[in-house]
Ligand binder design. Sequence first.
Ligand SMILES: [Zn+2]
Length: 1072
Amino acid sequence: MPSPDAAARHTGAGVARRQAHHERMRDERAREAAAGDAELPPEDDAVEMASAAQLLDSVAEVGPNYTLLRSKETKAKRRKRQREDARAALDGHTVLSTGSRLEIFCDSERWYPATVMAREEDGDGRIAHQVEYDGYPDRRWWHMLDDERWRAVAEQAGTGAGGAAADGDGDAAMDRADGERGARAAGDAEAAEVRPAPPPVRRGVRRSALADALEAEDDERQEEAACGDGRPMLAPHGPALSVQLRRVRLRLREFLATQAAAGKSVPMQRTALGLHPTVRWTIRFGKWLATTRITAPRASRWHATERGDARDEEPTVRTGRGENTVYVALQHMKNHVWREIWPAMPDDARQYWRLVTKQVMSLYDGGGGGMKDAAGAAGRAAGREAAQESASHGQSEAAQRAASERASAVASRRTMAELREATTKPCTKQHLFQVGEYQMQDTQLMEPFEVNVAFIMNAYLCFARQTGHELPPLTMGDLSIAADELLRGLGGAGVMTEGDFEALIRMEVTFARKKGEYYACYEFGTAITPDSDQMMRIGTLAMVRLLLRCGSFRACYSKLSEASAAALRRKVAEPSGFAGLELADTGYETLPALVAACRADGWVLDKAALDRPLFPGVDEATGLFLFTESFDVQRLCRRLIETGRQLGMSRHKVGAWSLRKDACEQPASAGDGAVAARVLGHRQVNSRTMNRVYRADLRTRDLGAYWMRRDALGSVERAPLTSLSASRVPEVGGVRGFGDLPQACPERQAARSDAKVAEAVEEVASARRKLQRRLGVALLPKYFKASARAAGGGEEVDEYEAAQLRLRHRKGEAESDAVEAHQLRLYKEGQERLRAAPALRMAMLSTHAWAPRSEDDAIAFGLDRRDRTRELRMLRKLPAKLQGSILRVGALHVLPTAGTPAEVYGRVRRRSEDICILECGSEDCAGRPSIEWPTTVARFEERRCVHCGGAVRLRWQREPQAENAAVEPLAVGAAASLGESFRETYWAWYNLSARAAIGNAAYAAGAAATAKASASEAGDAPLLGAAVDELELDDETVAEAIAALDGGDGAPGCGDEADEDASDHRGASQEV
Ligand SMILES: [Zn+2]
């Protein structure tokens, strides 16, 4: 087992390749320097004009070499397939994914390249693959691959981190190479002699006069261009790249269409090989890409200038595409699209693309050269025009000059503003800092509903915090956990945490990363080490906790008989999902005993777990772990944004990048760029640090030391008051939908009186009138559509249906706009409040004070929780008041797992009758007998006191008071059925996330409808949520509230005193 300090393992020819790459780059730079700065070449005679309309016809949406999967597989279908595959794989059968490339050995003693197009489960449970051979596009064959001789072929170039093809017979198929290498690999293979057919005929290209003319004229030359190098012209692209390239082609067609509509023509460069667009025209297309956009981004509205913002600019709405989008499009044009459409593009077009890239990307330099040039050109043109205009009026030369200068200045200012608006970054992700990260982590540790997702999110938060990494496709086997003896052998590697407990676990995770463009395969070992003073927050433990939840340790099965171990393994591996390891299944008495056993076993993983994804997928509907897939990266990113939003942060400023920024920024701001670049795994820190990183000896870098502040690192704890946490407005997180908008709020009114909706309503009414006329009735009968169609009114029915659809869409739009506007207004009001009340800001910055505990206890924390994803869905089906009340007392155990709204209400009623009575809220009726639970939802909602007509309140029977007097007691039975960890964290969760779970409306209704526990019991617990509710609270009260809640001093340490030795902070219960 490698120790956490284990060397990065170099495999293959990585180092030599890197040196060769640097050599090439050096040569290229030298050549460039010799050639002088890149200038646009002079226009010359070889330029011919072609009409944009005709060119448009010759640009197909899809290249013949693209692999576009016919219909995008739905998630449900994908899951079904993956489950079938998992079953087949468990039985030892071969399974290949659709679109994977392979070669099959056929009777004529040759390897035939082919693509998997589909597959099906055969009668015997094995998987039959449908295969299309290259060059035989119209025919498909079914193969049982287990019975064939076949081998996998590397996936096509540039598709990024898609899974590489499976390995048929031990060939290295993991080579995810890019363009050049891919082509070479394909050429190297014996495939050269195999390639059966010339590139297939273009499908779907509309012939045009121009294209025909070009072909007739340049026949010989074009042909020469097509087969000049003796290599196939168009390498087939994988599905991911094909989709991207198609997008570029669509934009190109859009641009050509606008040019054609304006009757413009396209300058084409004539070369020895034929025609291709000139550099200038390609630049124009690039600039068009950069300055146009279809839908305006909403983020800009959320951009509030804050003191200390680096760019103190007015928020603007970006009207163009983003910088990265355009850069990627340029890369695709350079590497593929242009060559595909215009074979006459020279082989070495580097100068061409250098010019294009430079000119287009210069628009993004924030008022840099490109923008100024463009503005200058526009200004000069306007100036010339103004001078001519002035001259035509017979004005003096001085007057002409003045007019020209004036016009020129105006035009260039305007152009500058337009360009800035087109290319501005509307809103950027901000740092979370330690406070924000801890708050995000706390919500995951406390999550009572979506527990399995929370396990993954918590592990990922820690993982990203230390590695700065996006979610790479990792398997559990990529993680190795150091055994205690090893660490002890290293001389006391343990780290002391709060409460004088020792954190021992360290681990190393091994990535195969693609660094820059020149590491095809380079394995890194990255150490994950203890990174917090509080045991509960340590990253290594989060990873171990996830592994344990997934039943991945060998020791989980060691207490069981062979048969029951096999049964448990089957239960874990069940392709339809695994709910999480339960203590009862393992034969251990307690969770800490199970953890101790895994530790004693040296944290060895179960053999069956090695190939499972490190961050497994989770079924959204059931909350079960799916080891057949990895947790979706997009879902992970969305979830991070969502978590931040639920806490009340601006959703446009929080996300995965916030974590990565932190991971990189902290070492970087301490002046250690090498570590920063290393953390980020990117070369974008800057080239100097990159050089240092690659020369640095990675083995000696222990990031855990940074995180534990054992190395000097001044800025770790600094969380400026403009940070995401300090600007939290929890009410914003509670706006889940239109229902959460108060009746009287202006946004609701605006949505109700929306002009577009009114227009659509009018359209529906007029369509209805037409139908009435057609049927000759004043009131439409029940089956009016059918009768109208029968009466020849098909068109009217269509019109009516279209109008109704339009109305629905417009209503939806108006409502979602209103929700967004309401959120934004709450957020802005909240910012004002935060500015005015520093204590409130401190409250937003406070994190949960976890009880100190040992490493084993911290790992075991939360494993007693069952996933309640389904219960959350059922909760949301209940009447708002009941939702809020159930959360108000933590009575999650009354929720069923399935049912229609009526059934859910019925079940909740039956389970609650014993522990909750309904009573009248008014004082006059005190002492009257309780009200019976109504039998239906509708009656529950309208139920009033029969004596005074007052609102009905719910009085829950509560558990005996816990020792912490600051929190309310839970409903009877909650802790017993939901676990000790639930009792410990429920109220903290309620304060942080309950609004977001059910929405402000239900939250408030529930709080109002729930009777206090009793005067002698909890009394008025001054909770944070309540403190936020009371906007008039003065600073003192809020500070007191925090102090009462956490038992701390209410004044989180921040700023300069915060960077002293870690030990100084131990014991301070306010962990900030
Ligand atoms: Zn009453």
